[in-house]
Design a protein around this ligand. Structure first.
Ligand SMILES: NC(=O)c1ccc[n+]([C@@H]2O[C@H](COP(=O)([O-])OP(=O)(O)OC[C@H]3O[C@@H](n4cnc5c(N)ncnc54)[C@H](OP(=O)(O)O)[C@@H]3O)[C@@H](O)[C@H]2O)c1
Length: 372
């Protein structure tokens, strides 16, 4: 049996530690992957500092991480899509309440994945490129395709133009980069926001127009650009995006729905240890007042909003829609690219906390990756 090592979170709010981990064989619908590259996400940091609030069900010690690319080393009895040696990318679902297993966290050498949440990758796609995909594409897909969110048509090679427009606020984020491509692949026009330095980037991904989210006139500018168009709703990513999207869709023609990726307040400055309560109380107050303010604005303007949970697709038709039906062929044929580009922070599990700290300082149209 292979020797496994993991980046452990020994207890809630503990510092990460690096050490041996059991190797877990796959159940019938699972595969085991030798991780070669993992990416870090804002939620990984939040789970370390705020796990008792964000994912209170987690049994410690635990292994975090959602994004992994590597080689299949073992295949569950019921799995026919994969074979030992296949190069794959997959969504590590260990932190979802329905999975809740350290064996399914990405931050270890041998990761158990749900087979329907993994895709084969073409030989030309490096593991560090592929690793940027899973949580970004999953969160975007949850907002776009779940029936209780924007309920858009599925992406496919043979899509018909729908004649409708999706607003993606925060198109240069990891979630936004995937949302733009998924919506275009489903036959929608995409209008997005980003910093001007990333306008070319979001247009290369398929957005037809880009606006600066820092501009005082951004909402009016988007509303003006969409005059005469039918919108399918908005995906709100980034601080302040929820309120801006509510204002925008309320003034446009079409569906009055905003799928929210970003919470009403950030907990980024709340440390796990010393000084926690001094920072936590105001952050909770900001969250409550921000959520209430957004709910009141949405009600006043007749707009529905709903917060995305980025792993919800593991339990519905959207997971297989993306990881089985769409991504394998779309990646192989170059119809979908792994974006944003990876910045490799280093090699080895011990580099993951370094990547998380760099992530806290902010990235722009880039995803931080560690090779293993
Ligand atoms: N609900 C869920 O399940 C779920 C899952 C994953 C992520 N998220 C959330 O989604 C958000 C994005 O996550 P990510 O990993 O995709 O982020 P990311 O790629 O790390 O975000 C970096 C990008 O954020 C953009 N940005 C910063 N402030 C912005 C603002 N006010 N409006 C629009 N864009 C802004 C920057 O754009 P420029 O450089 O162009 O300025 C930069 O490219 C985070 O809030 C994250 O917590 C939620």
């Amino acid at each position: 049996m292979p020797e496994n090592k993991a980046l452990w979170l020994a207890a809630k709010r503990a510092p990460f530690t690096f050490g041996p981990a059991p190797y877990t064989a796959p159940r019938a619908d699972e595969i085991v992957v030798r991780a070669r590259a993992v990416a870090v996400n804002p939620v990984d940091r939040l789970q370390q500092t705020m796990g008792d609030i964000v994912t209170p069900w987690i049994p410690y010690p635990f292994v975090l991480g959602s994004d992994v690319a590597g080689e299949v080393v073992e295949v569950g009895a019921g799995v026919t899509r994969f074979h030992i040696g296949d190069r794959v990318v997959g969504f590590a679902a260990g932190s979802d309440k329905s999975r809740n297993r350290a064996a399914e966290g990405a931050f270890q050498d041998y990761v158990v994945l749900l087979a329907h949440m993994a895709s084969p990758i073409p030989d030309a796609l490096a593991f560090e490129d592929a690793a940027v995909l899973p949580l970004g594409v999953s969160t975007a897909a949850c907002g776009l395709f779940q029936k209780d969110f924007l309920a858009m048509k599925a992406p496919s090679a043979a899509h018909e133009p729908t004649g409708k427009t999706l607003i993606v606020w925060g198109g240069s984020t990891s979630v936004g980069s995937n949302a733009i491509q998924l919506a275009v692949a489903a036959g929608y026009e995409v209008v997005t926001t980003a910093s001007p330095r990333n306008f070319d980037y979001v247009k290369r991904l398929g957005a037809s127009q880009a606006f600066d989210y820092r501009s005082k006139t951004v909402v009016a500018d988007i509303v003006g650009a969409l005059r005469g168009r039918e919108v399918v709703g908005a995906l709100a990513i980034g601080a302040g995006s929820g309120a801006a999207c509510v204002d925008t869709v309320a003034a446009c023609q079409g569906a009055r729905f905003v799928a929210l990726a970003t919470p009403a307040a950030s907990f980024d400055d709340v440390p796990a240890g010393r000084g926690r309560w001094r920072r936590l109380a105001p952050a909770i107050a900001r969250m409550l007042s921000g959520s209430l303010g957004l709910a009141l604005k949405a009600r006043r303007k007749g707009v529905r909003t709903k917060m995305i949970w980025g792993s919800a697709l593991i339990a519905n038709e959207v997971g297989p829609m993306i990881f089985e039906a769409f991504l394998p062929a779309a990646l192989a044929q170059g119809r979908f690219v792994a974006a944003p580009r990876p910045t490799v922070v280093g090699a080895g599990l011990a580099q993951i906390p370094v990547a998380l700290e760099r992530q806290r300082q902010g990235v722009s149209a880039a995803k931080l990756v560690v090779t293993l």
